[in-house]
Design a binder for this molecule. Sequence first.
Ligand code: HEC
Length: 114
Amino acid sequence: MIKSALILALLSASVGVAHAADIAKGKELVEKNNCAACHGAGLKAPVAPAYPKIAGQYQDYLYFALKSYTVDGNSNVGRNNAIMQSQMKPYSDKDLRDMAAYIASLPGDLVVKK
Ligand code: HEC
C-alpha cells in the first residue's frame, strides 16, 4: 500500500516535470519572434483574415497545431502552410509547449458558444 502510494507520487511528480510548460518563457519566445506582426495585438486582432486569432485558444490545441507545422515535408500528416512552417522551424518541442501555454493564458475573444 505504502509502496504503491510512493510509486504513484513519484510517477505524478515526473509526469508533472515533463509536461510543465513555462508561460514566462513562452511569452519571451512569442515577443522575440513578433508573432503579433501577423496575429495582431494581443494575438487576437490579426492583420488580415488569413491569420487566425489564437489568444485564449485551448493549450492542447495550440500545442498540437504548432507541432503539426514542424512535421516537415509530409502534408499527409502535418500542416503544410509555408508561412507557419518557417515560423516554427527554430523551436524545440519544449518551446512549442511554452508558447502554447502562454498563448492559452491570454485573454481572447474566441468563444465556444454564444
Ligand atoms: C508572417 C505571418 C505570421 C507570423 C509572423 C506568425 N504566424 Fe502563426 N499563422 C500564420 C498563418 C497564415 C496561419 C494559418 C496557417 C494555416 O492555414 O495552417 C497561422 C497559424 C497559426 C496557428 C494555428 C491556429 C489555429 O487555430 O489552427 C498558431 C497556433 C500560430 N499561427 C501561432 C504562431 C506563433 C506562436 C507565432 C510566433 C512564433 C506565429 N504564429 C507567427 C501567420 C503567421
